[in-house]
Ligand binder design. Sequence first.
Ligand code: UGA
Length: 437
Amino acid sequence: MELCIIGSGYVGLVTGACFAEVGHSVICVDNDQRKVDMLQAGKIPIYEPGLEELVMRNVAANRLRFTNSIQEGVDGSQVIFIAVPTPPQPDGSVDMTFIERVAREIASALKPGQYRVVVDKSTVPVKTGERVAATIQRYNKEASFDVVSNPEFLREGCAVPDLMKPDRIVIGCGSERATDLMKRVYEPFMAPILVTDINSAELIKHAANSFLSLKISYINAVSAICEASGADVEMVADGIGMDRRIGRQFLNAGLGYGGSCFPKDVKAFIAIAEEIGVPFGLLKEVERINESQLERFLRKMRDGLWVLKDKKIAVWGLTFKPDTDDVRNSVPIELINRLVNEGASVTAYDPKGMEKAREWNLIPDSVKLSATPLEAIDGAEALVIATEWKDFANQNLNDVRKRMHTPLVFDGRNLFDPQTMKDLGFIYYGVGRAAAK
Ligand code: UGA
């Protein structure tokens, strides 16, 4: 099929590349000319495992191309996906400026008698589909189209496999014609398809992300009880996770959730519920627990080091999770800023996130960035594990200990085993487990 994706960010670009990979002919539109130029020159603006090969292969096969013209995309495609940002506003509600503008632009590009399916893939508040349809109608009375909500569930760092083998495809739609076309788009993925009305599809996305955030906050709250009672949160998570009704995934205690989805979507869901008159207090508690997790970790560091001022602290990890270069809303970045504010001297290392952290001024100039994980810990009085990159788990821990001035490890992701660390001569603090000294 001929498909157009408007917006070449994480969701748009990976979706476009995967659609091309299964044989569709895809045109990706972005209004950032610099990004379009980069993509046309074969450069990928983000790091996502497997994405570069996928883009290269499909560009070479003439199934994937890039443009800045919505008109070109709309003219040549049966189905038009909207995948533009829906950033948060200061009060937590969603800024719909980009979606609204794209809806108007699609309206002006639609020609009479030319039927199109307009699909919203961005994460949007319930009832957005109705507004998109009304906007297109208002700006183009002749337009023949249907609006579909088709939320995306890919995770950064494993976006390509998530998209190629999804747990489910949600198609929110009120028209049989559009539903049939959408089913054809997704047929090659051989995934279960759930057809719903538009409002339900929109709610599914916010409800899913909020539920996953709730799972993380739940285990983080349990981790505080474990610390206070001498239990080990990893064992507790294994024990409850073996119940298939609960499942072990997203029960990893740590520094709290970050990134450009969970914090924003929980806030948005709270605001949406408030607006329609059904306040969602449970989610406010999810947020509160998430924020307190970093505070508890900092308290632990103060316990171990007594005073943070002038301490030489190495931090492994800048990105909000492993296998990505994304440093937006990253808890590790917030942690580093807090440490610097308390007067610590911080050296950091991350396999992929250093360039963007510097370029976007997310960390103070005083933070030194190292070329390797071992270089970062030279003479350090403490090491913090802030992101669970495999690279960190594979380091030779004897070398790590020898290079450090004092062998304190604060493991914000429970990457290491406390007893092993103790046997190697470390003083080890994890999350939700007793310190091993
Ligand atoms: C999340 C959802 O998992 C995707 O399904 C969704 O499509 C996406 O948001 C989105 O709305 O676009 P993502 O933010 O890329 O994906 O990453 P996750 O793997 O979900 O991690 C989010 C945060 O939770 C990270 O900071 C991670 O460290 C944290 N986390 C995750 C934990 O602290 N513990 C866990 O057990 C799992």
